[in-house]
Design a protein around this ligand. Structure first.
Ligand SMILES: O=P(O)(O)OC[C@H]1O[C@H](O)[C@H](O)[C@@H](O)[C@@H]1O
Length: 428
């Protein structure tokens, strides 16, 4: 994997960072790196996630799910960090048989359950805390659908959860295979544990190769000039403090769309604190060249565009045509066209002095997705150190969770009272 930060330099873009400032920033990166390494050595909360490439045991996961391997479909019931890692891995591997129930939109849940052959679908219910309302509600609904279809859900359910809690108890009651979310690993940093890997293992993907790829990125040095993760984290931070408050994640591969969603959670929940942090937005190349690119290039100069692509992909030829105006397309591939669009977008941003970063993966496979996930996690941890914020908590999100629970009568939560204090100015 390669990260090219050339188009984020001040000589090319505004906001951008000068080479001198980048060298000075590298001194701070070295200090942050020491902090990160201390955290990793002590397996401190959050920092422990950066040890997962070495601490996750792929054989234990494969063994636990062995009776369920070969299932045609996997339904992940989880939300946020308990769903997006698995979706990213399955997406990158082009596996459309890993489905996610995260939102509690009743129409979507019904449509998903109705479309699946439940007797050939494994449920992987995932919740670190074991208490998340959306996940538990969707799990109860899914179980009822299995019952209604005369399919025994207890034969087809794997639980991934913390050491204790309601889901752990449920696994014990029904003697379900249960994997543990490792201690010290927040949900959004857990993709390289059982949380992200169980669905891939059930579907027969090479999860050892995912971990192997992540190990390629896990050798962090103290300099941004030889650690791609630090280069990305440092550049994103430096451009944010110089005015790039938005980070548009724009992969040029449909199968990386879930990755952009995963990245958005990682970046927003980890770094959006104390009035700081970039707003991650999601875009898809080439589709969004025909919509959002207008804003990136000619709107307010507050956006860093992160372009991601595989260097190699299976191509599909565009048939030749005798129509003269289409002749340039004939005989090339759709992939060639996509690559040309990628290069054109990058150049068009540079020509307008707008910053971008180019991330290139060798190809979309297990190793590449492992490397990409780890790189972004380490980039995020570094950025958190540079901002001087607490990267691994999410108090603003917890506030909303408590308010919703209070409203549903799930306990006394002061946050729920705020709902009655809403100011209205209704126009009909
Ligand atoms: O894994 P769970 O405990 O169910 O949590 C699922 C999600 O819940 C919250 O919204 C947290 O802010 C997320 O970081 C977390 O990923």
């Amino acid at each position: 994997m390669q990260i090219d930060i050339g188009n984020a330099l001040a000589a090319e873009a505004s906001p951008g960072i000068s080479r001198d400032a980048l060298s000075r920033l590298d001194d701070r990166v070295a200090i942050c790196h020491d902090r990160i390494e201390r955290g990793r050595d002590a397996d401190e909360f959050g920092y422990a996630a950066l040890n997962l490439p070495h601490t996750t045991d792929p054989d234990a996961i494969t063994e636990a799910v062995a009776p369920l391997q070969g299932a045609e479909h996997v339904l992940v019931v989880g939300i946020g960090g308990s769903a997006l890692g698995a979706a990213t891995i399955a997406g990158a591997l082009g596996d459309s048989n890993v489905h996610t129930l995260d939102n509690v939109d009743p129409e979507h849940v019904s449509r998903t359950l109705d479309a699946l052959p439940l007797d050939d679908t494994v449920i992987n219910v995932v919740s670190r805390s074991g208490t998340t309302a959306e996940t538990l509600a969707n799990f109860l609904v899914a179980r009822a659908a299995y019952d209604a279809a005369g399919v025994d859900w207890t034969d087809r359910t794997v639980v991934t959860t913390g050491e204790s809690g309601p889901l752990r108890d449920l696994a014990e009651t029904h003697d379900l295979p249960a994997l543990t979310v490792p201690d010290g690993v927040p949900g959004r940093f857990s993709a390289l544990s059982a949380v992200g890997l169980v669905p891939a293992a059930i579907r027969g993907h090479d999860i050892e190769a995912v971990l192997d790829g992540s190990r390629r990125a896990a050798d962090l040095s103290g300099s941004l000039f030889d650690t791609p993760a630090y280069a990305y984290g440092a550049i994103a931070y430096a451009l944010d403090v110089r005015g790039a408050a938005v980070n548009a994640m724009m992969p040029y591969a449909e199968s990386l769309e879930p990755f952009a969603e995963w990245f958005a959670q990682l970046w927003a929940e980890s770094l959006g604190k104390d009035g700081l942090g970039q707003l991650p937005t999601r875009a898809l190349g080439a589709t969004d060249q025909h919509s959002q690119l207008q804003r990136y290039r000619a709107g307010p100069a507050n956006t860093l565009v992160t372009l991601v692509r595989p260097r190699e992909r299976p191509d599909r030829e565009i048939p030749a045509t005798d129509r003269e105006e289409l002749a340039y397309l004939g005989g090339t591939g759709l992939g060639d066209l996509l690559d040309a669009e990628f290069d054109a977008t990058e150049a068009s941003l540079a020509a307008a002095d707008r910053p971008s970063v180019r991330i290139e993966l060798d190809r979309l496979d297990e190793r590449a997705v492992g490397e990409l996930l780890y790189t972004m996690e380490a980039a995020c941890v570094l950025a958190g150190e540079l901002y001087g914020i607490e990267t691994f908590n999410q108090p603003a999100v917890e506030w909303g969770k408590r308010a919703a629970r209070g409203l549903l009568g799930g306990g006394e939560f002061a946050e729920a009272d705020a709902v009655d204090e809403k100011t209205e100015l209704v126009v009909e």
